[in-house]
Design a protein around this ligand. Structure first.
Ligand SMILES: N[C@@H](CCC[C@H](N)C(=O)O)C(=O)O
Length: 299
């Protein structure tokens, strides 16, 4: 049985979508699916919805973790090597990018408030509006919102129809007419939803969303509430890419292709702006703890 060396980690979350951050600049950790699942396990590990390995994109290519540099990512960029709690790899994580950027800034890996975070879905420019050692407010340029028509999902015997949306990773955003925030809170999301595998051969994240309602808040057009069932995790308290998909689907259901939507999830609030087929996600990040895993912890 292998004894793993001590690993340092930071724990953080974005609207309570929580992550184990592993600083690994030269990509020396053998981050297997088993190791990721053990780290994310809330009983035998640290507990998290996912892992964010912090390495340079160039090191990940040199070590064979990435085949090549994704579009818009250079070898010296800090790359968010994102893994879901079950050990699977996903292309993008919107809350993760905010937390990752906050970590890079507070650990002095970058000396500017605007930089690009690498992801498998491509470079994601970030702007840090405020950051201290614990809290940050970060905007992420989430790139293109690709719409792919309608599909449906079975959730605990209820059939919901939604919009297929790709923001680097796949989503089915179901805006449910007449659904209120109270009704949304009562939904049972414990069972695994059944998607159409022909539409989503690699699975998808599923958002259940209330219709958007106009707001009187300056600079915000609409509000909606969302819950999410994430691929590779289960229900989480927030999902940044899902919030972008939810905003885009909510806007199109209201006959709009653009607008600014404030969204509430069980873990907090974010704002998504959709314009010219692209989205900006703005929201909080909090770093919670820093520590060291003991050698042999995963035996
Ligand atoms: N929580 C993330 C999304 C993480 C990846 C997702 N589970 C997938 O498999 O696509 C976010 O904030 O976007």
């Amino acid at each position: 049985m292998t004894t793993l060396p001590a690993l340092t980690y930071v724990k953080g979350h974005g609207t309570q979508n929580d992550f184990v951050i592993l600083p690994d600049p030269y990509a020396q950790i053998e981050l297997t699916a088993d190791l990721t699942a053990a780290l994310c396990d809330r009983q035998r590990g640290l507990g998290a919805d996912g892992v964010l390995r912090v390495a340079t994109a160039g090191a990940l290519v040199a070590e064979g973790v990435l085949e090549r540099l994704p579009d818009g990512v250079s070898g010296v960029d800090w790359f968010m090597d994102y893994r879901n709690a079950d050990g699977s790899i996903a292309e993008m994580c919107g809350n993760g990018v905010r937390v990752f950027a906050h970590f890079c800034r507070s650990a002095d890996l970058v000396d500017t408030d605007r930089f690009t975070v690498g992801s498998r879905a491509g470079g994601r420019p970030v702007t840090i509006h405020h950051a201290d050692g614990v809290d940050a407010d970060v905007s992420v340029d989430m790139g293109q919102v690709r719409r792919g028509g309608e599909s449906s999902v079975d959730i605990a015997g209820t059939r919901l129809t939604g919009e297929v949306i790709d923001v680097g990773n796949p989503h089915l955003a179901c805006v449910v007419d007449g659904l209120t925030a109270a009704g949304l809170a009562e939904l049972d999301l414990t069972a695994t939803p059944e998607l159409d595998a022909a539409v989503f051969p690699h699975g998808a994240n599923i958002e259940i969303v209330t219709p958007v309602v106009p707001t009187a808040v300056d600079g915000v057009d609409f509000h909606a509430a969302m819950r999410v069932y994430e691929r590779g995790v289960g229900e989480t308290r927030s999902c940044g890419t899902g919030l972008v998909a939810a905003a885009a689907a909510g806007l199109s259901r209201a006959g709009r292709s653009e607008g600014v939507v404030a969204l509430s999830v069980p873990g907090g609030d974010v704002v998504v702006g959709v314009s010219d087929g692209e989205a900006i996600l703005r929201g909080p990040s909090r770093l919670v703890a820093r520590g060291e895993l003991l050698p042999g912890w995963a035996r």
